[in-house]
Design a protein around this ligand. Structure first.
Ligand code: KG4
Ligand code: ZN
Length: 344
């Protein structure tokens, strides 16, 4: 049985995991850095990189111990090689390279987004290519047709903010704290989603993409007006996001060709109302709906180890001089979307 050690360090989670070729997660260890970044209201890249240096070695030891294996039992080391905050990516990738070099095992440089994209196949072993993936995280908001390992067609992306970024900014504006997504979701529970009229950018547009900057500005104005409860703003914001995600995903389903399933992945996929809305959309189109469990939606190393399983099975390993990449689109052939600050 293949055994892969996975490492993740692209943002503010340090993580190590051991996953078997048949999809058993033998261990997954994670150390968040929320307390270190909270005073700044967002992730500080330099603090994150230093924290990964300290956190990863004990996490790796703990992951191996919990899995009941030693480094020499592992068949390959998979490490996130991008995209992400470059200092942190370098820390995890260099550790992965060192372990691969010391043990003589292959290195697998994993695209963090491919980790999210393939995580659904870790939990649903029946899931076949091609499927439509809605990837919603702090740095990305994309619709991709997943044709196979390493084979992606990007159907849509955001022309400004990522959806998780919009949640985080909304939380900051409303003073709900950091990280923002879970805080907005919790506040929305006590709010009226129809209380505050907010825009649905690009809803119904013939172009395929997402946009959230206008929604964020509308949240600023609603907050500054001083007449709305922040729970109502949070609920109305979340409702607007859901409308946009459904509209854009519906359009992509119509243009994706033959697909079997709708898959959602990335940190924002942890949001209950978003999952519920997407479940309804998938079923209305006779598609299976697959969403990883919550712990696998947010950043973790099990998804990186699993991407390693899939890539090793496809014969895709990397040389020890493979670079860390701050930007690394899954579909390098995708046309540039209009707008500034596009998250490829
Ligand atoms: O995938 P992820 O853990 O890290 C990135 O690769 O970006 O995603 C983190 C993002 C953050 O913006 C966070 O606010 C958002 O996912 N998020 C949520 C929820 N949980 C995490 N957004 C909405 N609702 C949630 N429950
Ligand atoms: Zn992520």
């Amino acid at each position: 049985m293949t055994l892969i050690l996975g490492l993740e360090s692209s943002c503010d989670e340090s993580a190590a995991a051991v996953v078997a070729g048949d999809g058993r997660v033998l261990s997954h260890k994670l150390a968040g850095q929320e307390a270190a970044h909270r005073p700044f209201g967002g992730v500080v890249p330099e603090i994150a990189a230093r924290a990964h240096v300290e956190a990863l070695p004990p996490l790796i030891e703990a992951a191996l111990a919990e899995a009941g294996v030693s480094l020499s039992d592992v068949d390959a080391v998979a490490a996130t090689a991008g995209p992400g905050l470059i200092g942190g990516v370098m820390v995890g990738l260099v550790m992965g390279k060192a372990l691969a070099f010391a043990t003589g095992k292959p290195l697998i440089a994993v695209n963090h987004l491919e980790g999210h994209a393939l995580s659904a196949r870790l939990v649903d072993r029946e899931l076949r290519f091609p499927y439509l993936l809605l990837l919603v995280s702090g740095g990305h908001c994309q619709l991709l047709r997943v044709d196979g390992v390493g084979a992606y067609a990007r159907l849509a992306t955001t022309i400004d903010d990522a959806v998780g970024e919009a949640f985080d900014k909304c939380a900051k504006i409303l003073g709900l704290g950091f990280p923002g997504g879970p805080a907005v979701e919790a506040a929305a529970l006590a709010g009226d989603p129809k209380a505050v009229p907010l825009p649905r950018p690009l809803h119904g547009s013939p172009e395929p993409h997402f946009s959230f900057a206008g929604l964020k500005s509308a949240v600023v104005r609603a907050h500054e007006a001083g007449v709305h409860r922040r729970e109502d703003i949070a609920a109305s914001f979340q409702a607007a996001v859901i409308d946009c995600l459904l509209d854009r995903t519906r359009r992509a389903i119509a243009n994706a060709g033959s697909i079997e399933a709708l898959v959602v992945a990335g940190g924002v996929a942890a949001n209950g109302p978003i999952r519920a809305a997407l479940t309804g959309l998938a079923h209305a189109h006779d598609l299976r709906f697959v969403a990883p469990p919550l712990w696998l939606c947010t950043d973790n190393a099990a998804m990186i180890a699993w991407a390693g399983v899939e890539r090793l099975a496809a014969g895709l390993t990397d040389d020890l001089d493979v670079p860390a990449r701050p930007r690394w689109p899954l579909d390098p052939d995708a046309e540039a979307a209009r707008g500034a600050g596009v998250k490829a």
